[in-house]
Design a protein around this ligand. Sequence first.
Ligand code: ZN
Length: 405
Amino acid sequence: MDQLVKPHGREKKLMPLLLKGGELKEERKRAASLKRFAMTSRETGDAIMMGIGGFTPLEGFMTGEDWKGVCKDMAMSDGTFWPIPVTISVSEEDAATIKDGDDITLVDAETGTDMAIMTVRDRYTIDRELECKEVFRTTDPEHPGVAMVMSQKAINLGGPIRVLSESYFPEEFEGVYMRPAESRKLFNERGWKTVAALQLRNPMHRSHEYLAKIALETLDGLFIHQLVGKLKPGDIPADVRVKCIDMLVENYFVKDSVIQGGYPLDMRYAGPREALLHAVFRQNYGCSHLIVGRDHAGVGSYYGPFDAQEIFEEIPAGSLETKPLKIDWTFYCYKCRGMASMKTCPHGKEDRLLLSGTVLRKTLSEGGDPPEDFSRPEVLEILKAYYAGLEEKVEVKLHHAATGA
Ligand SMILES: [Zn+2]
């Protein structure tokens, strides 16, 4: 019996917008005859998430009214909780060629793949600064999420979509890329009721392993769910991260207690608001809990270390079934002789191995040896091989907040 959390939205069922069989064939043919508009990588990722039901109950890109409600109150016009705008934009000239009610084809600019047919119901301009202020809590153009919004085209289009493709994700990330119906099936097969999602976009180090094991002490299973969409330059590619996770799971976790999956979104780096989005789609994937550690989905020092935990207390009760598993900053402590957190270790900074992923990347990219106890040797070996194979050295920028100072 399915005892998992129900998908997000009133219907409480997955609503994948990806077409199948004969209908897919027909619509692909029709797509070729429609006006075509390019989608950015972020827009493509969002369309695929709607396609596979990860963004249930969204039926397409948001209308002006939904955009406004989501920015200001995290609510769609029908009252559905949603924390981040899911929008698509075109140039003014392009918008002028579209009439309300028109069907258009949305094409992934990177691969040229026809991704979706959209029925345009709304064309609107947005106050980008307002979106940035509400969603990212900053309008600083250096913030990568802000930069993405500020570089959008002039007119947003709203309306339902029918998804035609998942692009290269199923092939390129075979065995990792996962649809919500698939993760739910796997969880059910194992008889899991409570499942913690561990969000990852960096290689999995001992601090992540510790977070995962805290969750496993009390819940039925763990879903290591990592982003296979786009990151910042200098971040470690998904295939390398997948290898690291496989190695860790194989050597350091109880058999069958972990399932690994990937999802096709780009990072927005919206910190607290993105943590909520992470919880929304983990609910669709069947996870009862989302592990929220220090500076979840943050970048630089735009957010307080626990803003992403606190925002869960600020949303209306009943917004989400999936709950945050809030865990303090974790590290190896030489006096505790083990992993601990600020909540459980009474010792001082000098006794703790405090090293952010950013500092580690810097050490590795410069050919250095990261300290023992930070990462499992099997994982470090994979990372070292990756850096040694890089043609061009990546320069890793250090942020003040990432040094643990
Ligand atoms: Zn300690």
